[in-house]
Design a protein around this ligand. Structure first.
Ligand code: ATP
Length: 577
């Protein structure tokens, strides 16, 4: 019921159209119940009196009524579908907007395919329900009610006798409805699993081929595909049982009418015309009942999808602007971590009391063994996650007291692997600052050592980059990422292993661009290859979530601690090569 109410809220803005649609439904359904009504007069008067003129008039009126019914039927279908489609579009938009607002923790916890399924499969299921089924439900529901009223009017005793069992039928439908809904939710989950496997295999095509795991993936897909088949067949079994059962009940009802009504006619309690009309109504409502039972099944299935959609809409937005958040003014780049502790999951502390300072223009390197928490430190700065305790201060402002947008505008990130969007090279660079001019884009790509290779591409800046930009090399991709960052012109920069995936030659060109990018900005550099951060102003050595050493290269070498140890291992390996 709550679900229905929530769905109905989305209909609010389209009240007028819905009202008009309701009016059209009324007229169209009125047309449907006109025929049985007129039959009574045909049988009792016209046929009894053999009045040919009246017969002509009545035949003409039937044609007219059906023409009018057709016109209003069109209006009703059009308007109802308009409202339904709009509601679906609004819901889809709301889900997408919500996905944009959800924090990284949501994306860590959910598979990409599952998330995609919310916006595609689940909203589509809602669409079928809203557009097709609700239209049908309202029309058939109206015909049902009007026919019942007509039957009660014709002979209430006959009605009570034949439809006394009706409440039991409703209970039966309700019982089935619940099971169908559960089964519908299984179908949606199974469909999401298929999308998920599909998404994973498409995005990991290279890995699958290199490990020759095509058959393995086919098996995995087959399993999900069969799960989906079973979930669908369960649904079919339920709805296939429901329909004939209801038809059987309907047939028994008709038999009862013929038997009991026939006796009443013979006894002279009602006219033959009334019985024929009553019977026509009864047959007339078997259609709505049949359709309603199917529609109810579909709607239950859609409600399961609606539940999933609303579950997403109800997720808490963990990272939000504080009520009194102000704009972070243009910063100089003073960054201070004060007793910062953090955990992704409540019981697994990752950072423990991390403290350090970075002054404007400084290059701060984060080093340490894998899993020490380097990337985590970097993720806290743009507030991808909030600290569990402690504070992060930029130019004297706690980052939780300023708006997320103004903070993130001033923090640039060059990640290890750059995601490029489908679109031209130009658009991909422009992503850094949407209102940049052509000259600024060119200047940025020149500074990023990217201009020359871009000019050599088939269409220069207008070259389309495919999914994830697979048609250009890793080094070229990084240079586009750097151009993006230069265009964004942030005061604070995070370079998260930006050159680690590159070969030495490519690394030299990218490093050269990075050096230019870092000038005048507070930069945090995460690097495994310690040779790349030798010149950093400050090196923070992390181990198991703690800062264990701090200083420049020479100081740390003198100290002969973890840094010196890591450096010597790398140096030795390099010499050995
Ligand atoms: P590497 O050098 O291998 O990239 P790192 O020093 O950058 O490692 P982090 O990526 O910060 O380390 O990870 C620190 C710890 O946090 C690891 O134990 C890791 O398993 C855990 N971790 C990282 N990301 C998440 C996440 N999204 N959810 C839960 N735990 C995470």
């Amino acid at each position: 019921m709550k679900l229905y109410l929530r769905l109905i809220k989305y209909i609010g803005p389209y009240k007028v159209r819905l009202l008009l649609a309701g009016l059209c439904t009324l007229v169209a359904a009125g047309g449907t119940i006109y025929l049985p009504w007129i039959i009574k007069d045909v049988v009792d008067q016209i046929l009894a009196e053999k009045d040919l003129v009246k017969l002509n008039y009545i035949s003409l009126s039937i044609v007219l009524v059906f023409i009018i019914r057709g016109i209003f039927y069109y209006g009703q279908s059009y308007l109802m579908s308009y409202v339904g489609q709009h509601v679906v579009i609004d819901i889809r938009k709301a889900v997408f907007e919500k996905l944009q607002r959800l924090s990284m923790a949501f994306y860590d916890k959910n598979k990409t395919g599952t998330i995609m399924s919310y916006v595609t499969n689940d909203v589509n299921a809602l669409q079928t329900a809203m557009v097709d089924n609700i239209v049908e439900m309202i029309t058939e529901g109206f015909i049902l009610i009007a026919s019942i009223i007509a039957m009660v009017y014709l002979d209430w005793k006959l009605f009570l006798f034949t439809f006394g069992t009706f409440p039991f039928v409703l209970l039966f439908i309700d019982f089935f409805g619940k099971r169908i809904r559960k089964s519908g939710s299984k179908i949606q989950e199974a469909t999401a699993d298929i999308t998920s496997v599909l998404q994973e295999t498409v995005s990991s095509a290279r890995v699958i081929k290199s490990f020759v795991r095509e058959d393995y993936e086919i098996n995995r897909f087959d399993k999900e595909n069969m799960n989906n088949f079973r979930a669908n067949m369960k649904y079919v079994k339920l709805s296939a049982t429901l329909t004939p059962t209801i038809e059987l009940v309907a047939a028994m009802g008709v038999t009862l009418i013929v038997w009991y009504g026939g006796r009443s006619v013979i006894a002279g309690e009602i006219t033959a015309g009334a019985l024929v009309a009553f019977l026509s109504y009864a047959v007339n409502i078997s259609n709505p009942i049949k359709r309603l039972s199917r529609v109810i099944g579909n709607i239950q299935k859609a409600l399961a999808a609606a539940q999933r959609v609303f579950d997403v809409l109800d997720l808490p937005e963990l990272i939000q602007n504080a009520p009194a958040a102000k704009q972070l003014p243009h910063v100089k780049g003073n960054v201070s971590f004060q007793n910062v502790s953090f955990a992704y999951n409540a019981d697994e502390p990752i950072l423990d009391n991390v403290c350090f300072e970075a002054t404007p223009g400084q290059v701060v390197a984060l080093v340490g063994p894998s899993g020490a928490g380097k990337s985590t430190v970097a993720s806290l700065l743009p507030r991808f996650y909030d600290v569990t305790s402690g504070r992060i201060i930029i130019d004297g402002c706690d980052i939780r007291d300023v708006t997320m947008e103004s903070l993130r505008e001033q923090v640039g990130i060059v990640p290890q692997e750059t995601m490029l969007f489908n679109g031209t090279v130009y658009d991909n660079i422009l992503y850094g600052r949407l209102d940049a001019t052509e000259e600024e884009v060119m200047a940025a790509s020149k500074a990023a050592n990217a201009h020359n290779f871009i000019m050599e591409l088939p269409n220069g800046y207008e070259t389309q980059l495919g999914d994830r930009g697979v048609n250009i090399s890793g080094g070229q991709r990084q240079r586009i990422a750097i151009a993006r960052a230069i265009l964004k012109n942030p005061q604070i920069l995070i370079l998260d292993e930006a050159t680690s995936a590159l070969d030495t030659e490519s690394e030299r060109v990218v490093q050269d661009a990075l050096d230019r990018l870092m000038v005048g900005r507070t930069s945090f550099v995460i690097a495994h290859r310690l040779s790349t951060i030798k010149n950093a102003d400050k090196i923070l050595v992390l181990e198991k979530g703690k800062v264990v050493e701090e200083g420049n290269h020479d100081e740390l070498m003198d100290k002969d601690g973890l840094y010196a140890h890591l450096y010597k291992i790398q140096y030795r390996n390099k010499e050995a090569q």
